[in-house]
Ligand binder design. Structure first.
Ligand SMILES: [Zn+2]
Length: 119
């Protein structure tokens, strides 16, 4: 598992590899090449912004990384996860589904996210 801190999101992934791609547009999210499987990497899938190579401590910071799967406590101890999202994360973990690049908008930026990249 790996937990990343980016400008507006906390991002969780079941693998411990670091992201390779960063958005320089509105959402500033970090991406893994696997997020673009079979697709041309050109624009951010979330906000449509430009992408560049992700550089640690510039585009993202690693909050936590370990050689084990994600646990619900990883989410709840890292950020304020809304109750509804907590339930769906719980269901994902219980169902054995992989969690790839699951991002939670930081509470202070929820309004910004709604206005700029969530519809
Ligand atoms: Zn973006």
């Amino acid at each position: 598992m790996i937990i990343l801190d980016t400008a507006y999101h906390i991002t969780f992934d079941e693998h411990s590899s670091k992201p390779e791609i960063a958005c320089t547009g509105n959402c500033r999210k970090a991406w893994w090449k696997s997020d673009f499987a079979n697709k041309h990497i050109s624009l951010c899938p979330l906000c449509g912004g430009s992408l560049c190579e992700a550089v640690e401590k510039v585009h993202y910071n690693v909050l936590s990384s370990a050689n084990r799967p994600l646990r619900l406590s990883d989410f709840t101890s890292t950020t304020d996860v809304p109750h509804r999202e907590k339930l769906s994360i719980k269901a994902l973990l219980k169902g054995g589904a992989g969690i790839n690049n699951l991002s939670v908008v930081k509470p202070a930026f929820v309004e910004k996210a709604r206005a700029e990249w969530c519809s």
